[in-house]
Design a protein around this ligand. Structure first.
Ligand SMILES: [Zn+2]
Length: 300
């Protein structure tokens, strides 16, 4: 066995054969080297392809990061705008309160309202690090949530207040119970029955016998009875410490315990009891103390 391969080369048809003797070990080593070179080349080709792929991925991620940063910016601007709107709402709330406070007689409405003052704008945090921006946004959302709760609470309070005002208005005896001529004012006067001065605790409205008397405000009939002094007498409790009295009626149209609305007929003009002719003695009480009814009557 030879340890050489013989390579025969024929350069062209006419010339003779050239023989080259190559050691077998050389051929084996050459083959091994070739395989190694092929594998290394394949590896580099693969590596290059994956680098190219990674580069494309990197470009995509960069674009995505840029887009997300823009979205963050937009979100921050929107949150700041929303904060601004909440602040406007707070100002509206304040104006309604001032108006409601000025128009109400009893100053029960607190003017102070919740809601924090404007803090750092979120868009100012955009140039700070990401962590600070996220913290800022979280705080911003919490603040907006708190502000919304404050507004809700405040508006509910206003609603209750306005309902109460409406009720006070409905309970204020502003309506004339009957049209007629005021023949005796509230206050000191000469007694029509005996000599000397007496204090007249109401308004005497003279008009024809049997004319309808209406409730001057919403309320509850607490007295509907006859007494020798006032004759047929009705007293209505309007709440809020207000009550009205109607004396000398010819007939009563409501019973004790009845609820009446402003304008409801409660009775008819007469001259029962200690009276000097057909008239209505009309009294207004504030916490059971008689006051001048004209204080409440419209166009008086
Ligand atoms: Zn009178």
């Amino acid at each position: 066995m030879s340890d050489h391969f013989t390579l025969m080369i024929i350069p062209n048809r006419k010339s003779g054969v050239k023989k080259i003797s190559v050691p077998k070990a050389f051929v084996r080593n050459f083959l091994i080297a070739s395989v190694v070179v092929i594998f290394v080349t394949l590896y580099f080709v693969y590596d290059y392809a994956s680098i190219k792929r990674d580069r494309a991925e990197l470009a995509r991620l960069r674009a995505q990061t840029k887009e997300q940063a823009q979205q963050f910016r937009d979100l921050a601007v929107k949150m700041d705008e929303f904060s601004g709107r909440m602040e406007e709402l707070r100002q509206v709330d304040k104006k309604i309160r001032v108006l409601a406070y000025e128009t109400s007689k009893d100053k029960k409405l607190p003017l102070g309202i919740g809601g924090s003052d404007n803090e750092t704008k979120i868009k100012d945090l955009l140039n700070k690090d990401h962590e600070k921006l996220i913290t800022g946004m979280r705080k911003g959302i919490e603040k907006l949530n708190d502000d919304a709760s404050s507004r809700e609470k405040s508006f509910n309070e206003l609603l209750v207040f306005l309902h109460e005002q409406k009720s006070i208005l409905a309970s204020t005896p502003s309506l004339w119970p009957v049209k007629g001529w005021v023949t005796s004012e509230f206050g000191a006067r000469q007694s029509p029955f005996r000599s000397g001065v007496e204090f007249h605790k109401g308004l005497d409205i003279s008009t024809r016998f049997g004319k309808e008397i209406v409730a001057p405000a919403d309320g509850l009939v607490i007295i509907s009875a006859f007494d020798s002094q006032d004759g047929n007498f009705i007293k209505i409790d309007h709440g809020h410490g207000l009550a009205t009295g109607f004396a000398h009626l010819s007939r009563m149209a409501v019973k004790q315990g009845a609820r009446v609305k402003k304008g409801d007929i409660i009775g008819y003009v007469g001259d029962t009891g200690r009276s000097t002719g057909s008239h209505l003695h009309y009294a207004v009480f504030v916490n059971n103390v008689p006051v001048n009814p004209k204080r409440y009557l419209k166009d008086s």
